[in-house]
Design a binder for this molecule. Structure first.
Ligand code: COA
Length: 433
């Protein structure tokens, strides 16, 4: 059969396709803005077709109706990263969190979790009978390769990306044509605190460095402070609109990268339509699966990589919790440790944890004597290189417990310094001065 015959013979309505999802099965859903939210909505609409279906994904931008109260008999969410849209369901017991490094998820599917179904979103087939995973290659490709049943929403608004984004039509069992815009994630509104953090981080970035940046206000603020740098490169879990500006300004060109020179190497993308138009058929953007992009050994091939991530709390020894407030899981490890380990292994690699000095409108210090009871250590004290707040930079790598505690107190909010100094003097039996 030609690929066109295969495609046409597997084309069906959303109802016909999702009715094939068996009860008591494990369903993996494509990631972030690559999620086929339409297929999940049709499943939730027909909840009576399902009993005990486990739905796995990381970040989601859909309505996630399957997580609503009353759906418990039909669906249970198992999250690999507790994103905003499913946080409530997990916190109220209608879902679970499975801790895992982002880089390991494809292997988890292959060796342990064995998905029954993958729900993915792709472009229409190209002239060679290949569909393209566009903005989310990450674990989505691995899920499609390992599931017994693959259902794809074919969305003509999905950008076409290069790298390792293709699947053959023969690898997909059901095609559902449905056009909808890719969800847009607006750039964060930057306050003075974020801008100060951005300026401090920028002092640690040199011309020719390769960057990994997460999503949110702090990465955007860092990018804003890089306009005068030269020959920067990207090897990152993801990037968003801020990078587009710097490419257009000639600041990011990847000319000094050792691995994939000239290419922006990523595993997923999230931003506004401006970003999606930029990456569409762009040969400078290289999308690879997360077990490649986030593999610390691969990351370490980028000499001079600078990784910038954020956290919830740092204690005086330099242990960071980046995913929970006490026992409440608000996020996940994601790719943080993948990149911090990779930077630690890279020649002249640098890792930065950047955060405002306080949370809850200034009522809580994020630099604390001890992590909250129940909070997890996401990044260990052995790994953290720099902690940055709006008050400055604490260099921890190679420093004693006493030196690191002192430099962390130096960048804490002034309202909380007294308590931290008292803890320092009690712990180290010496004056802070
Ligand atoms: N004590 C109590 N609450 C705290 C807190 C603290 N020390 N620090 C943060 N919070 C609260 C905030 O007030 C906010 O609450 P709200 O949602 O009710 O407003 C919530 O936790 C989220 O904090 P915020 O600072 O808004 O989060 P963020 O969007 O800047 O993300 C992380 C920060 C740490 C959650 C995020 O960077 C993350 O998930 N990191 C781990 C994964 C990672 O690094 N991946 C790699 C890059 S993609």
């Amino acid at each position: 059969m030609s690929w066109k015959e295969i495609y046409n013979s597997r084309l069906m309505s959303a109802e016909e396709a999702v009715k094939k999802v068996p009860s008591n099965s494990r369903v993996v859903v494509g990631h972030a803005v690559g999620e086929p939210a339409y297929l999940l909505s049709v499943m939730a609409e027909h909840k009576e077709w399902y009993e005990n279906v486990e739905i796995f994904h990381m970040v989601s931008f859909g309505k996630n109706e399957y997580c609503n109260e009353g759906m418990e008999k039909h669906f249970r969410h198992n999250s690999l990263f507790v994103g905003g849209n499913t946080r409530k369901a997990i916190q109220s017991g209608r879902g679970d969190y499975t801790p895992c490094f982002f880089s390991e998820i494809p292997r988890l599917f292959e060796e342990q979790l064995h998905p029954d179904v993958a729900l993915i979103m792709v472009t229409p087939p190209d002239e060679n009978g290949k569909v393209n995973l566009g903005v989310s290659v990450d674990y989505t490709k691995g899920a499609a390769k390992n599931a017994k049943l693959v259902i794809a929403q074919v969305n003509d608004q999905m950008p076409y990306t290069y790298g390792d984004s293709l699947l053959d039509v023969s690898e997909i069992d059901c095609f559902v044509e449905h056009s909808n815009p890719i969800p847009e994630v607006q750039p964060a509104v930057l306050g003075e605190i974020e801008k100060a953090i951005g300026r401090n981080c920028a002092t640690l970035i040199k011309d020719g460095d390769t960057l990994q940046l997460g999503i949110g206000g702090i990465p955007d603020a860092v990018l804003l402070s890089l306009k005068d740098k030269k020959n920067l490169g990207i090897h990152s879990e993801m990037f968003s609109d801020g990078v587009v500006e710097l490419v257009k300004a000639g600041v990011i060109n990847g000319s000094e990268k050792e691995l994939l020179p000239g290419k922006m190497a990523v595993t997923f993308l999230m931003g506004t339509k401006k970003l999606y138009d930029f990456v569409d058929h762009n040969p400078d953007v290289a999308m690879y699966t997360v077990d490649y992009i986030n593999d610390p050994v691969v990351i370490a091939q980028n000499n001079h990589i600078v990784c910038i991530n954020s956290c919830v709390q740092v204690d005086l020894m330099g242990q960071a919790c980046s995913e929970a407030v006490g026992l409440t899981q608000i996020s996940g490890v994601g790719g943080q440790v993948d990149f911090i380990r990779g930077a630690a292994m890279a020649k002249n690699g640098t890792s930065i944890l950047a955060m405002p000095s306080t949370a809850a409108k200034g009522k809580i210090s994020k630099i604390v004597p001890f992590l909250d009871e129940g909070a997890t250590v996401t990044t260990s004290r052995n790994d953290i290189d720099y902690v940055v707040t709006e008050y400055g930079i604490a260099h921890l790598k190679g420093k004693t417990l006493r030196e690191r505690a002192k430099s962390l107190i130096d960048i804490a909010h002034p309202d909380f310094k007294e308590g931290l100094i008292a803890e320092y003097e009690k712990r180290f039996h010496c004056s802070y001065k």
